[in-house]
Structures are given as C-alpha cells and as structure tokens.
Ligand binder design. Structure first.
Ligand code: MOS
Length: 697
C-alpha cells in the first residue's frame, strides 16, 4: 500500500501541468471551428481579427503553413479547404493574451460552400463496408463451424440488438500544449500526453525534423482515458502558431472544443445471437457490429474481439462493419472495443441465462474454456471462474431470487446483476536506464507517462524490488521524451511494458555493480556504492527482442462485476446501491493505486450505463454536448458503495513482473452488470444505453 510518489506535489500545487510552465514572452492561441458539417472553406477573412490590438497572427488555409507530412488528416492543420466535420479547426488566432486570442478568433469570418453532412449511424447504411482489419491488427470478421445452422437448431435462442451511444473521454485537464522553438531549429513541447516518445516521433515527422530536435515534456498529466494516446491537433496548432509568431505559444483546447477535436468512442449497433442447449451450453455465438469512422481517416474499433475470447461454442461468427460519416474521427476511450462489445455480449448472456432458466454465474461457468476459443491458443492464465465465485461470495449472490421485477421497497424496485469482464494483457517494447549514484541512491529513467494511474510509483516499487533497495532510495524520472524511449500509456500496457524495461535495466545494473564491487554478490548494493566512480554507474535495457521471443499464449485479464440497483418506479431514476468488481490481473504491483484504477474504471462503467451520451444533432451535424453540464459523468452522490478486489494469480508467461494491465478492465462489463441488475429489478430489458429516466419511462 504505497502512496503516490507525487501525491504531495499534486495536492500542494507543485506538480506542473503543461499549461503551467512559465516561459518568457509567451503568446496564446485560440482555434476557430468549422460552423458547417461538410463542405469547403471559400474564404477566411482575417482583417477584423488582425485589426484587434494584441493579435499577432491568423493561421488558416488561405496561406497554408508548410508541413512535411500531411498523411494524418486530423493533424494536417490548414492544409486543405475541405471541411470534413463540424467543429474541425479551420483557423487559429495568436494573441498577446488568451483573451485577445479568443476575441480574435471570434472576429475571423469564414465563408463556406456547404453540403449536407451525413452523420447518422444506421445498421442499414448503404456506406457500410468491411474494414481490412479492426484495431490494432485483428481481422474484421471471423467464423467457425456452421453458426447459422447451429443457431437455428439450438434449443434456446437469444437474438437481440443493443446500441451504445458516442461517448467523450473528458479528462479533467484539457489537451494542452506549450510550444517553444529554439534558435537551432529545435522544438520543445510541454504537452499533456499519454506518450511523450510517440508525440516526439509524430511531430518530428510532421515538421520535417529529426526526432532528436523535438523534446516533449509531460511529467504530470491530468487524465487521458485514451484521448491523449495519440497527438491531437492542439500539438500541431501550438507548434505552427509558435513558428508563425517566433514566440512560445500556449494552447489549451477549451472543454467546448474537445467534443469535436480530441476523440470519442464510436457509437455502436450490435446484434448478438446466442444458441444453447437446454442446459445452457453454448452452441452458436454471433456478434455483428456496426460502427462509425470519419472521412478523414479510418478508425475501426475492435468491438467484437472480446467475444472471440470469452466462451466456448463450436459455431461462431463475429463481424465489424464501419461507415465513414461526416463526423470527427472516433478514437480510443478506456477499453476501446471491449467496453461496448462486452456490454452487448454480457447483456445477451444474461438474457440467455433467463431463457434457459439457470443462474447467470452458472451459465458462465458452464461455458468457460481453457483454450482461447477462436485461436485455439492456451491461456497464459484464465481465472474468470475464480472471479465469479469470489465475487458471488463477497457480494452475497447465493440465494438470489432470479425472478425479475418482484423486490419492492416503497417506490423502489431492487435488483442485482452480474457480468464478466476481460481485457488483453499487452506488452510493448520500451527502453530504460538504471543508474547507481555515488551517494548511494538510484535513478531510473524512462519516457513513461503517469496520467493519474500511479505508474511512477509502480515503477519505483519495481526498481526498488529488483535493486533490493528501499523505495526512497530510488528516483524515478518519467514524462520526458529525452529519456529512454517508451511505449504509450495505453492498452493497459504501461506498467507491464515499462516495468519490464526497468527490471531489465536494474538487473543489468546489478550485474555491473557486482562485477565492480569485490565480493559484491548477493547483498544490498547501495551500501557498497561508496566505491563507485564519481559519475556513478549506468545500465540500460531494450525489451524489443525479449518481447518478440515470447511463446504464443492467449494473454488476457478477466474479472466479474456485480451491481445492485434501485429503480424509482415513478421517476425512472436508477441508483447503483452497491458495486463490486473482482479481477484476475496477474500480480498487483501497488494495491493502493490498483484499487483506485479498478474502481475508477467501474465508476466510468456506471457513467456508461446511466448517463454518458454524446447526442448527435442530425441537422447541424455535430455533437450537441459542450460541457460537463450536458455530458453527465458520475458524481460522488452517484457512486455509493463501490469496491474492487482481486484473486491471486501467478502467471509465468507474461513478463518478469507477472502483471497484467489494470487500467481498463475495470470499465469492461460494468455497464452490463448494471443493465442486468436493472432487468432483475424491473423485469424490463432495456437494450439502448444510457439508461436515463427518459428511456425507462
Ligand atoms: Mo487506453 S483507451 O488504451 O489509453
């Protein structure tokens, strides 16, 4: 139970975030968004803006700034006159102050040639197509056996369609960049990002620089949830603006502009068909997904991939169809794919349990498997059943009356629900260095990101353990692209990936020190550092080859989510009274921050189940939500009794830590558990999220 290393800095305001860096002579940028949903920019009239005292420059496609790589249409700012979606950045104003820049942006007059945008996802949209692959590398479609026949001949059948809305990540700290060009042509970016190394490489390409000429500094990040996993237009805009005015420029995307420009979860339409025998043994599984991408670039979410992992069935079919609409490009949002996909699958499993007439936990146990159903690979470890059993114990599932709609306390209908969760255990190549300092301390360096996860602390614990040192003897340096190159804080792979590099660097350091210090084998190293050269001793590691050489296993974390809800029969208001998640995610490095990660994900699952919804305005072609008053996320009063636990899991096939990721699995299945509880409470199956009062009544 280790406190975050930076906790004191954070609560005392000492921790610096991108916008808070102080540089001389800084200017501010403000962006102008397209006010039409589709078309061409005819003209940009910057005259009034430029007349405003304090306005330094106006950037737009009237004078396209030079970029070396324009292949990512979301980052190729002001290169073309095409408007691909409403809210796209079409111009920017740089001013002496933030207020001047914003007023200047208001004064820019943009004329458009407009077309009618197509912004509505439908399962019968004529533009739907099969993508070459879904993210990151999975086939769009899979199939085994004779699913249609098997389904037709099954004793018990469920054939249902679920929808999930677009959702926006909304980290507390907006996407922010402070860009500073130097005399030698190099660029420093203080940026709010999940991956400094990735931003460095991307921005170097866009500006035609060598990566060594770009430095990305991001020691503290106020949340990302995937939306900061790839560079957003804010980085390019700040760098372009700074180049244009020859001064450092700050640009923070206002909350109102985030809904169009910093990513969101695609809406989905998901048809699930399950065929089972009278005992609930699955015979056929279908999971057909319809989702959207943009005309700017393809983002094909892997929504049905968890269905390829979860349950046995000899006959199976999964498919993804996407349509390129006139919308912003969807992107990663906490467990992209697994989250909406498992909502549909785990709701359908609940429907099947009711149709078969057996307990939903028992149905899941009956369809457990020790090989990944579609690949046939053995699981490196799979403790789904242990999570379900442990959860049932802790939650008090035994003796549950399965009858829906029969428990009433005054106006409140009460119900409980369960769902499984899963998330892949990815491992990505990274580099790290470990250094023994002459003063007896150690320094570990890696361009990792702590986006609020506790990664810095976990890496400190990992280093201390490997070095047989105390945590307070280890200094962890992260969040800077000048440190050894690291993978992104994404795919729940941060701690495992960076931790592996840190372990290897620390091991290398140990053997170097052992070689240096006579009789230095075994014991504590730091006490012997007195004999080190004045510059200390450093060792480094690169995990690329190690990861490539791993045996083939299906590596996934699993879990079980339990929820108890009360539904106000008069108002349709749903409250989650209790929620419990039990997870099997390998070794837990720091229980304190791990629990926080799990319940954070579960809380986001409550939001998904009950309130989060980005509403498309079909007339204007834009998401209507503009702030956290219109985009509801759970507040403290919405999250009552919530807890997370984990089962012991020892898995030698993962990485030297034995850890699986924990950042995303907490949200997976959470909305299904709530939805299943709502059915148990009311006897009514709602299949369209979120379950707002308006939808229930
Ligand atoms: Mo996460 S959505 O992979 O940053």
């Amino acid at each position: 139970m280790t406190d975050r290393l930076e906790s004191r800095d954070k609560v005392t305001g000492q921790a610096r975030y991108a916008f808070e860096y102080q540089v001389e002579n800084v200017a501010y940028a403000s962006a102008v968004q397209a006010s039409v949903g589709k078309g061409e920019v005819r003209s940009v009239d910057a005259e009034a803006a430029l007349r405003l005292p304090g306005v330094l420059a106006v950037l737009s496609c009237e004078d396209p700034p030079r970029l070396s790589d324009t292949s990512d249409g979301e980052l190729a700012l002001f290169q073309s006159r095409t408007v691909s979606y409403r809210g796209q950045f079409v111009a920017a104003v740089v001013g002496e102050t933030l207020e001047t820049a914003r007023e200047g942006a208001r004064l820019v007059r943009v004329e458009y040639a407009t077309e009618t945008p197509d912004v509505t996802l439908r399962a019968d949209h004529p533009g739907l197509y099969k993508p070459d692959k879904v993210n990151p590398v999975f086939p769009a479609d899979t199939g085994q056996g004779e699913p249609e026949d098997a389904f037709r001949n099954s004793a018990v059948r469920v054939n249902v369609t679920y929808t999930t809305p677009a959702e926006h990540n909304n980290p507390m700290e907006p996407h922010t960049t402070l860009a500073q060009w130097h005399g030698d042509g190099s660029l420093t970016l203080y940026d709010s990002t999940q991956g400094a190394s990735f931003v460095q490489a991307t921005i170097a390409g866009i500006f035609g620089l060598d990566p060594s000429q770009v430095r990305v500094v991001s020691p503290h990040v106020g949340g990302g949830f995937g939306s900061k996993g790839t560079p957003r237009p804010n980085v390019v805009l700040a760098a372009l603006a700074a180049r244009a005015v020859g001064r450092p420029v700050k640009f923070a995307v206002p909350r109102q502009q985030m809904f169009a420009t910093t990513g969101y979860r695609t809406p989905t339409i998901q048809r699930v068909r399950l065929g089972a025998d009278a005992d609930g043994r699955l015979n056929a599984i279908f999971h057909e997904v319809f989702e959207q991408t943009s005309t700017v670039k393809e983002f094909a979410e892997q929504t049905a991939t968890p269905t390829r992992v979860m349950y046995q069935a000899p006959n199976r079919h999964t498919s993804h169809r996407v349509v390129a609409l006139d919308v912003p490009t969807p992107s990663w949002m906490r467990a992209p794919g697994e989250t909406p996909g498992m909502y549909a699958l785990e709701s359908a499993i609940d429907e099947l349990a009711i149709a078969v007439g057996i307990d939903p936990i028992e149905l899941r146990v009956r369809n457990d498997t020790d090989r990944e159903p579609e690949s046939g690979l053995p699981f490196s470890s799979r403790n789904l059943v242990a999570c379900l059993r442990e959860g049932a114990d802790r939650f008090g599932w035994d003796g549950r009356d399965p009858a829906p709609g029969v428990r009433r306390e005054g106006r409140k209908l009460i119900g409980t629900g369960v769902a499984s969760s899963t998330y892949p255990a990815y491992l990505m190549p990274s580099k790290a260095t470990a250094r023994a300092e002459p003063d007896g301390t150690f320094t570990v360096r890696i361009a990792a990101a702590d986006i609020g996860t506790g990664a810095r602390t976990a890496l400190g614990l990992i280093a201390a353990e490997t070095l047989k040192a105390d945590l307070d003897q280890v200094k962890v340096e992260i969040g800077d692209s000048s440190l050894p190159r690291a993978s992104v804080a994404g795919g729940s792979a941060g701690t495992a990936s960076w931790g592996t590099a840190v372990v290897r660097a620390c091991e290398a350091l140990r053997s170097e020190l052992n070689g240096l210090v006579a009789g230095g084998h075994g014991g504590s190293l730091h006490t012997e550092n007195g004999s080190l050269p004045p510059e200390g001793v450093e060792a480094s590691a690169d995990t690329t080859a190690e990861i490539k050489a791993r045996d083939e296993y299906a590596r996934h974390a699993f879990g079980a989510q339990f929820a108890e809800v009360e539904v106000d029969a008069d108002t349709g208001e749903i409250r989650v009274r209790r929620m419990l998640g039990v997870f099997a995610a390998g070794r837990i490095i720091n229980p304190k921050t791990a629990r926080s990660q799990f319940i954070g994900g579960m809380t986001m699952g409550i939001g998904m189940a009950l309130m989060e919804e980005s509403v498309m305005d079909a007339e204007f072609g834009d998401y209507l939500n503009r702030d956290l008053a219109q985009y509801h996320v759970p507040a403290c009063a919405d999250v009552r009794d919530i807890d997370a636990a984990w089962v012991e899991e020892s898995d030698p096939h993962l990485n030297p830590l034995g850890s699986k990721g924990i950042g995303e699995i907490g949200i997976v299945g959470a909305a299904a558990a709530v939805g299943n509880a709502v059915h148990h409470a009311t006897g009514i199956r709602f299949r369209d999220l979120p379950l707002t009062p308006a939808r229930l009544l």
